[in-house]
Design a protein around this ligand. Structure first.
Ligand code: C2E
Ligand code: MG
Ligand code: MG
Ligand code: MG
Length: 297
């Protein structure tokens, strides 16, 4: 038991024992989260929230990112930062990702039909999901079941996901693109994609990671954003800035002709109900004060 291990570790002054005790606690925590996820999948604790994306050119809503929320009676809201890495390891991310895709397509179809939005809903795909042999089949099924047009769907993948096996990734990406689904490289600049591969990936969009947006005050930070946007332009890709929180950041990204802005300045991720309200309000980021609709998670 953990206390006994700690006691012996102190007695012996043995670093390895401390280490293994720590690992033990981590393993227990992971098992708890894994069990909670299993329960959550059964009891429908997973919800999908939507964060608006604003066009710089028009100031208007052009789409949204679907972000999973794990709302449990036992532990409250468990953040994606905690449960997604564990779900990735256990493989549960496949089932979670599938339900996020399904819910996002159902909601988007309804909103498109209502004339509330005419853009794309962006769904994050984990590496495990992306590499599933039946990924395309599953996406086709969901589009068919929900009736959503592929023109209303975008998938966000990370550098790590595609660099594991770049040639396979390129093939999958072409097949998604052939269907009219847009592809965005998420958290761009934080992973290890090579520029020579970047040009071979049939992407539509680069999402500039929040870390760069945060650093847009410093000279080096400015230069990095400049460079990323220049690369995107040269490859014919549009750009999205993630995590825009301040008017200064907005101004800087706008000056650099970043196409789409996403962040707390416009809105936190919203429940489906709140998102519909946001879309109905026809918010224009130039005139409406930020954080109009608070997050309820
Ligand atoms: P991401 O895909 O890069 O999503 C952006 C994250 O930044 C979201 O965190 C969002 O709430 C947060 N964010 C957006 N604007 C701001 C801002 O102005 N300030 C701050 N501080 N944060 C902002 P979230 O929802 O906690 O998700 C974290 C990560 O978890 C996501 O990063 C994504 O990698 C992963 N994730 C979320 N939902 C899913 C999903 O359905 N499937 C998969 N595979 N991964 C997901
Ligand atoms: Mg994302
Ligand atoms: Mg991101
Ligand atoms: Mg990010």
């Amino acid at each position: 038991n953990a206390d006994t291990a700690m006691y012996h570790a102190k007695e012996a002054g043995n670093r390895y024992l401390f280490f293994s005790d720590d690992m033990n606690k981590q393993a227990v925590k992971r098992l708890q989260v894994e069990n909670l996820i299993r329960l959550g999948l059964k009891e429908d604790y997973f919800q999908v929230y939507y964060q608006p994306k604003m066009s710089f050119e028009t100031g208007k809503l052009v789409g949204m990112e679907a972000l999973v929320r794990f709302v449990t009676p036992q532990k409250g809201v468990v953040s994606p930062g905690t449960f997604i890495p564990i779900a990735e390891e256990t493989g549960q991310i496949v089932e979670i990702g599938d339900l996020v895709l399904k819910k996002a397509c159902v909601d988007m179809k309804r909103w498109v039909d209502q004339g509330l939005i005419d853009g794309r809903v962006a769904v994050n795909l984990s590496a495990r999901q992306f590499n599933l042999p039946n990924l395309l089949q599953r996406i086709d099924e969901v589009l068919e079941e929900t009736g959503l047009s592929p023109a209303n769907l975008e998938l966000e993948i990370t550098e790590g996901t595609v660099m594991d096996s770049p040639q396979g990734a390129i093939n999958t990406m072409y097949q998604l693109r052939d269907r009219g689904i847009h592809l965005a490289m998420d958290d761009f600049g934080t992973g290890y994609s090579s520029l020579s591969y970047l040009r071979k990936f049939p992407l539509n969009t680069l999402k500039i990671d929040k870390a760069f947006v945060d650093d847009s005050k410093s000279d080096i930070g400015k230069a990095m954003i400049d460079t990323i946007i220049t690369i995107a332009r040269n490859l014919g890709l549009s750009t999205v800035a993630e995590g825009v929180e301040t008017v200064e950041q907005q101004r800087f990204m706008a000056d650099k002709n970043c196409d789409v802005l996403q962040g707390y300045l416009y809105s936190k991720p919203l429940s489906a109900e709140e998102f519909a309200r946001f879309a109905r309000a026809e918010i224009n980021f130039d005139i409406v004060p930020p954080a109009l609709v608070p997050e309820k998670t």
